[in-house]
Write a protein that binds this ligand. Structure first.
Ligand code: UDP
Length: 330
């Protein structure tokens, strides 16, 4: 297959490109390198640097790259906190970028898109195991723009015969087992890479945001899912669309929750390093517990997480963080 990956230099995008290339696919990557890294792009993928809001640029890539079977769309800003202080940045990049890309895709006859969505589309959950039919009521602007992107695909799909799969990830984590690529954000806001930066000596401590949640140890519970499992789900979703199946939405998680303290303890066990902890107040907009039911993805897409064990997930992340103290060094 020939697959166009938008945002293929980012964390989840780069891992998906590795899996696609390893499975023998022809891969084309577009990334503006605003938050992604050129070094994360697989050397066998053809790379075009540019912005999805630039219609002439997207048209030029699609004119040159004929015969694309499907698009996988990761290109978006994804920091919850930033989306709350700068919502227009999120509307501009996430929604305007998707709109322009869709205009070009429709004009070029592309009719299959796999989309990187998020658990943040649900907001505060109604019950512990979240299913795809649960109410969507985002509590932050990032989640709101992702939900709007899903709806854009729905209406554009109905009008122009385009089919899509939206994958709502829970907490993406871990790194490629080779240690060649991994998680690198600037600034880093995610729990596991921050704890590993304490372990590798580039950060002083981990702040726990809230110790008074109604959970077993007072800290938030999240469903941590390995990035390579997410990558594999995108390939299953492309296969699903290639087989002629209708547009749909799937959760991706392990269906198991860990508290912030449990994650810190697992990092201590894996790395053997001291991890200094500072207890702080709650971070705005954090639900107490977020756990996915991925039963639908397993049943319909035939997807199954292969790296579900938290210790193994952290071992893969540590392989990256212990050898890349400053990420991609860019
Ligand atoms: N968290 C924390 N300290 C940090 C970063 C995160 O205690 O420095 C907590 C956060 O409150 C949440 C969990 O770790 O309960 C996972 O946060 P992350 O930002 O990694 O992902 P999110 O769940 O927000 O998508």
């Amino acid at each position: 297959m020939k697959i166009l990956v938008l945002g293929g230099a980012g964390y989840i995008g780069s891992h998906t490109v590795y899996e696609l290339v390893d499975a023998g696919n022809e891969v084309v990557v577009i990334d503006n390198l605003e938050t992604g890294f050129k070094a994360a792009v697989h050397p066998k993928a053809r790379f075009y640097q540019g912005d999805l809001r630039d219609r002439a640029f997207v048209d030029s890539v699609l004119d040159a790259e004929t015969g694309i079977d499907a698009v996988i769309h990761f290109a978006a800003n994804s920091q919850v906190g930033e989306s709350m202080v700068n919502p227009l940045k999120y509307y501009d990049n996430n929604l305007c970028g998707t709109k322009t890309m869709l205009q070009s895709a429709v004009a070029h006859g592309i009719d299959k898109i796999v989309f990187s969505s998020t658990a943040a589309t649900y907001g505060e959950p109604e019950k512990v195991l979240i299913v795809e039919t649960d109410r969507t009521n985002p509590t932050n602007c990032y989640g709101e723009t992702k939900l709007s992107m899903e709806k854009m695909f729905k209406w554009v799909g109905q009008a122009h015969g385009l089919r899509f799969v939206s994958l709502r990830y829970f907490n993406a984590c871990g790194a490629h087992v080779s240690g060649q690529i991994g998680e690198a954000h600037n600034p880093e806001t995610h729990l596991i890479p921050i704890i590993l930066q304490v372990a590798n000596g580039t950060r002083d401590h981990i702040s726990i945001f809230g110790t008074d949640y109604p959970t077993k140890d007072g800290t938030c519970v999240r469903d941590y899912i390995h990035v390579t499992d997410l990558a594999q789900a995108h390939i299953r979703a492309v296969d699903y669309l290639m087989a002629g199946n209708p547009s749909d939405i799937f959760n991706l998680g392990n269906g198991v929750g860990f508290t912030v303290r449990e994650v810190i303890d697992t990092v201590r066990e894996v790395t053997g390093r001291e991890i200094k902890v500072v207890e702080e107040g709650r971070r705005a907009g954090d639900p107490a517990v977020l756990i996915a039911s991925s039963e639908k993805a397993q049943r319909v897409l035939g997807w199954k997480p292969e790296h579900a064990d938290l210790k193994h997930i952290i071992e893969t992340a540590w392989r990256w963080h212990s050898t890349h103290l400053h990420g991609y060094g860019e």
